[in-house]
Design a protein around this ligand. Structure first.
Ligand code: NAP
Ligand code: L37
Length: 283
């Protein structure tokens, strides 16, 4: 079998067009949705991602602000910037791009963001709403994965979904969203014994480990939907996922490429959440 490619760029364009209509409708009523992104320090990958977020805002006619703070910014200074954005009526949603430098406590940062403007969905209150099945803002990467599955016609209810990775930003919320859609969910971690036993049983396999090409075709059930969240830059400069695309695409039923898979959808769901935040601010 040769897998159908889930084209994250094409699906992104389609979803962005839907959200542009909603952004335009808000503008017609005098509200321009606004997003701010704070980045602390010089992580080169984060800079690329934040650049892509700002570009997507421009594409949808969303107002955006980009705050680049130096790596030696203190926690107090960062919290002061957050307080300003919480109070700024032009800004409907904002996020602090993770990771932040080690001398800053990311938990404190996430708690300081107003839950009403928390477009990343990382505030403990929004995490709680996701756990109880009534989410207000959902973390953009797993939210984007759910959209990719939906748009590709992958059935979720009653299927076995295996999520490899349990980070707060990808693995855990991913498992909760699949559970909400009635998948039977398994979460694997670095401590899992015999990982392949689980991955081979997956109808839907989502991989978010940051370990380049660790999932090979022999670990995949024929016909499975394989979603590769990983983005790794090899020594030769090439970008690869956590899945070995060549061997996996010979076995899987669907597969996402890297780049051009989950990454663009992450950005799309962020702008969607910003428009949602602006819509709610009118209600
Ligand atoms: P993370 O915080 O480093 O978490 C990685 C997770 O993978 C951990 O739970 C870890 O287990 C697990 N893991 C590591 N090695 C494993 C192994 N050999 N077998 C099974 N599980 C293993 O990473 P993250 O933030 O979730 O990101 C994961 C990847 O996705 C990275 O490549 C990142 O760049 C990418 N990413 C992409 C997007 C996008 O939009 N496309 C967004 C965010 C992240 P333990 O908990 O036991 O250590
Ligand atoms: N919302 N996202 C939010 N908050 C955070 O704190 N860390 C983090 C986060 N992660 C994130 O922004 N991830 C991300 C990953 C990939 C892309 C965008 C955002 C992306 O645009 N990927 C493209 C291009 C990859 C490249 O050229 O490096 C892709 O095609 O995959």
């Amino acid at each position: 079998m040769t897998a159908r490619i889930i084209d994250g760029k094409a699906i992104s364009q389609e979803v962005r067009a839907e959200w542009k209509l909603r952004a335009d409708a808000l503008k017609a009523r005098g509200i321009t949705p606004g997003l701010a992104v704070i980045i602390v320090g010089e992580d080169p990958a984060s800079k690329v991602y934040v650049g892509n977020k700002i570009k997507a805002c421009a594409e949808l006619g969303i107002y955006s602000e980009h705050l680049e703070l130096p790596a030696d910014t203190t926690e107090v200074e960062l919290l002061a910037q957050i307080a300003k954005l919480n109070a700024d009526p032009k800004i409907h949603g904002f996020l602090v791009q993770l990771p932040v430098p080690k001398h800053i406590d990311s938990n404190k940062v996430l708690l300081a963001i107003s839950p009403d403007k928390d477009v990343d969905g990382f505030h403990p209150m929004n995490v709680g709403e996701l756990v109880t099945g009534n989410p207000k803002f959902q973390p953009c990467t797993p939210f984007g994965v759910m959209k990719l599955l939906e748009k590709s016609g992958v059935e979720i209810e009653g299927r076995h979904a295996v999520v490899v990775g349990r980070s707060n930003i990808v693995g855990k919320p991913m498992a909760l969203m699949l559970l909400q859609k009635n998948a039977t969910v398994t979460i694997c971690t670095s401590k899992t014994v015999d990982l392949a036993k689980f991955t081979r049983d997956a109808d839907i396999l989502v991989v978010a480990t940051g370990k380049p090409q660790m999932i090979s075709g022999d670990m995949i059930k024929p016909g499975a939907a394989v979603i590769d969240v990983g983005i790794n830059r090899l020594a030769n400069g090439k970008l690869v996922g956590d899945v070995d695309f060549d061997s996996a695409s010979a076995v899987a039923g669907w597969i996402t490429p890297v780049p051009g898979g989950v990454g663009p959808m992450t950005i799309t769901m962020l702008v969607a959440s910003t428009v949602m935040a602006a819509e709610r601010s009118m209600a």
